[in-house]
Design a protein. Sequence first.
Length: 211
Amino acid sequence: MQKGKTLLAVMAVSCALIGCGQGGESEISSVSINKDGTISHRIVGGFDQNYYDMDELKSMAADRVAEYCAGQGDGRVSLASVEEKEDKIYIQLNYASQEDYSDFNHREMFVGTLSEAFDQGYPLEAVPFVSADGEATEIGFMEEQDKAQIVIIAMKPLEELVVDTYGKVLYINQGEATGLDVSFSGKKGARISYPAAENADESELSYIIFE
């Protein structure tokens, strides 16, 4: 592979490993929050055999995982598969914790109870939420506070991501204040996109409350 093509391949993997992807929900990168605290990450990105070499992409992904585990401990991140199908690249990664997902992808993530999120300094009182029935509400008016969990995840400009949880999603943040497009995805997920200007560089937090 020529130097230019190698650089393009590196850029493709770097983009994919932070969650790029467009199209229908099956063609969008997704993050799954598991009840045991682990995180599953399915990455979907474009793949052009004229520019990218599949074996080299697999090697780069494996090397990145190995480098992370060498510093953080064996098994903190595992590469389950790298596949190509119909001009798409699919990468499956598993993380031992939300901290590993955050550190590996350089992306802010929090998973825990509402009270734990408050303790971490997240200004949840200022976040406008909406229920699956379309009713707007705020934290102080939620009856499910005692049993609710929350996912907080940073979105980067031009990204699209589906976040799946292990419980029913009760509320998602309204996107008007942040520029995010947030919608329910089935009973246990949310679809988030950040259609910001291409030259924007600041991430925005999205909030998903589930039980």
